[in-house]
Structures are given as C-alpha cells and as structure tokens.
Design a protein around this ligand. Structure first.
Ligand SMILES: Nc1nc2c(ncn2[C@@H]2O[C@H](COP(=O)(O)OP(=O)(O)OP(=O)(O)O)[C@@H](O)[C@H]2O)c(=O)[nH]1
Ligand SMILES: [Mg+2]
Length: 354
C-alpha cells in the first residue's frame, strides 16, 4: 500500500491530484482544512498495489512455507482487500465537514454522481445554494450548443424543422412523436410524420394509428434515399417528425443505418430520447453509443415513473447537451413539458416521485 499527502487549494482539486497520481482506486484516509494567509486543503490518500498471483508465492525459494501458511496468507490478503473495498466505497465524503457531508448525502440521495456531488458541495455554502448552482450548470450545458430556438422555432437557414427522434427500444419515441405532432398541429403548424420501417412487427402500425388519430399525413420509408423523396413530398410542411425504431445501440448495422440518414446532408435536428426511470449507469453507457451520432438535444421520457432524477444532471454535465423537453405520462396528446433549467433543477432536487 502506498500512502501520500496532497495539498491543493480545495478538496476537488486535491481529489483530482490524488486520482491523477494514484489512480481511480485510491482511497482518502483523511482531509484537513489548513488555515492561514493562504489556506489550503491537505488530503492523505492511499492506494493498494496489486498483489502478485499466488503462483509467485508458491515458488518463492527464500521461504519454506507450508500449504496451510499460504492458504492463511491468501485469506488475510482477501480480508485486507475487502476492507479496502469497503473503505473505498464508503468514500471520501466521510472527511467532509458536517454541513457539507449533509449536502453530499442529499445530492447522492437524488442519484447525483459522487464526483459531481463533491464539486457542488465545494461551491455551495448551504443547501439552499444548490438550486442556483445546479441551474447555472444546466444553463452552461446549453451554451455548448447553438441556442435552442424553442420547440417550433425555425433556424434562419431553413424554413422547416426536420426533427428525428432516436433512442433505446421502448423509451417512448413513437408516443413522443405523436405528442409533438399534436402540439404542433394545435399551434397552427403544418405537420407530417415519417416512419422509418425496420420491419419490426407493429412499429409502423402504431405510428399509423397515431397519425390517423391526430389527422396528419404519414410516409413510411425504409432507407435514407426514401427520406429525401419524402422530404421533397412534404415541402409545404413546417414540421417533419421522423420516428425511428429502437434497436441495440451496440449493433453496428443499426448505428450505420442511422448514420446513412445524416449522409443525405439534410438539416436534421436529432433528439435523443432517454428514459428518466433508467439506471444512471445504463444511461451513461447508452449515451456513449448514440453520442457517435450528431445528437442536438436530449429529451427525458417517463419522468413520471422515475423516483430520482439526478441522472438528468449527470448526463447534461458529462455530455454537455441541453434538454429539449421531458415527458410525464402515456397520454397522447399531452404529458409533455418544455421545461426551463430552473424547473429541471427543481425536479432534480425533489425527493420521491412527483
Ligand atoms: N409512464 C410513461 N410511459 C410512457 C411515456 N412515454 C411513453 N411511454 C410508454 O412507453 C411504452 C413504449 O412507448 P413507445 O412510444 O412505443 O416507445 P418507442 O421508443 O417508440 O419503442 P420502439 O419503437 O420499440 O423503439 C408505451 O407503453 C408508452 O405508452 C411517459 O412519459 N411516461
Ligand atoms: Mg416506436
């Protein structure tokens, strides 16, 4: 085990130095605020080195160890590793002052990642400050994109909006296309829907039923070339909504077929739909795959089912994408909200389901 002291301006910086030098597996043993004209934080961290496999011990000529000695040694090592693992999982928050520790647990309870919770706690003096800080963070993630022109705003270059919804299977793409189409229609826009047929049983039927119910035209296409024709056909429409079918994002053919759509050079706005009720690790992993496509916005579905919404913050902060809207139930039309950052923050900070 290697133990080392680190000094930095604040805890977050010290933690970053620990990770850089000792790696992700390092554990924090203690942390102290050093006062004075130039205050700093001193963190003591340790890392457990990998122990050579038992084969090396067995053939060591320097000691004559019996089998039972080796078994005992192995058990001790196992126990030691387990203790270290427990310490690692119990985390560095234990060294935070009481008020900050309370804030940290408050954030963790809402599924905000530990490293983000630590950085928030570092910036907040009291729990009441979190709302402003998180709202600011969410706003800065919007700055990484061209400003969001509102759901029906037109870009200056094009006189129509072509919006494609992508995302994991069953996340709510078709339902959301129907919600968006109804809303646009209600607001006086000329709308059409394009369904990408992947021969999944029932998929086209579902969007066909919705289109009929809402009273808008539907075109079913099977590849990128068809899409060009379809867009020409709907030249008189303000909003074209493209419904895709979710497939395994690890499947190269699926991602390739989506990439082909962009190769047409059409000004497609891509909204990645993710279910707010999914586990945060799953969402992060999923984003990595879809993130190879030109995602413009994230939209979170099923927020009504989610108990904790911290993953919205985690996703936005990690991938620097703005949230276009959230969906809040199965009802069509309705159950869709175009929330601003303050409202999103309030949702993230709330406890339990809404
Ligand atoms: N609770 C809840 N359910 C939703 C929401 N949005 C969609 N659903 C439900 O989720 C299920 C799947 O919705 P779909 O719209 O078919 O999902 P999809 O992404 O089109 O699925 P695939 O086309 O198979 O990839 C349906 O039962 C919807 O009613 C929501 O905001 N809240
Ligand atoms: Mg669908």
């Amino acid at each position: 085990m290697k133990v080392k002291k680190f000094q930095a301006k604040n805890f977050t910086e010290a933690l970053a130095n620990v990770k850089k030098e000792l790696g992700e597996d390092a554990i924090i043993i203690s942390s102290e605020d050093r006062k004075g004209t130039r205050p700093y934080v001193e963190v003591t961290a340790a890392v457990d080195y990998d122990i050579e496999p038992s084969g090396n011990l067995n053939c060591s000529p320097a000691y004559s160890t019996s089998n039972s000695d080796i078994v005992e040694l192995k058990n001790e090592m196992k126990n030691l590793r387990e203790s270290i693992e427990i310490m690692r999982n119990s985390g560095c928050e234990l060294t935070l002052p009481a008020e900050r520790k309370k804030m940290f647990y408050f954030l963790r309870e809402r599924s905000i990642k530990d490293e983000y919770a630590l950085s928030l706690v570092e910036r907040a003096h009291a729990i009441e400050d979190l709302e402003t800080i998180i709202t600011d963070d969410m706003s800065s993630s919007r700055l990484f994109n061209t400003s969001y022109s509102g759901i029906w705003g037109m870009s200056s270059r094009y006189n129509k909006r072509i919006i494609m919804l992508i995302g994991p299977t069953g996340v709510g793409k078709t339902t959301t296309v129907a919600k968006l189409a109804s809303k646009a229609l209600k607001e006086g826009k000329r709308v059409a829907v394009i369904g990408v047929d992947t021969f999944k049983i029932g998929a086209i039927e579902q969007i066909r039923i919705y289109s009929k119910m809402i009273g808008i035209p539907l075109d079913v296409i099977s590849d990128a070339q068809d899409l060009k024709k379809s867009i020409r056909k709907y030249n008189d429409r303000d909003i074209l909504l493209i419904d895709t079918t979710g497939q395994n994002p690890r499947d190269d053919n699926y991602i390739r077929s989506l990439k082909d759509i962009y190769k047409t050079g059409l000004p497609i706005e891509t909204q990645l739909l993710l279910s707010a009720s999914s586990d945060c690790d799953f969402l992060m992993e999923t984003y990595k795959h879809y993130g190879t496509l030109p995602v413009d916005y994230i939209a979170f579905t099923k927020t009504d089912e989610a108990v904790k919404l911290g993953s919205i913050y985690n996703l936005c902060r990690t991938y620097k994408k703005p949230v276009a809207y959230i969906t809040t139930g199965q009802k069509v039309p309705g159950n869709i909200e175009f929330v601003d950052n303050k409202k999103l923050t309030n949702l993230i900070l709330r406890t339990g389901s809404a």
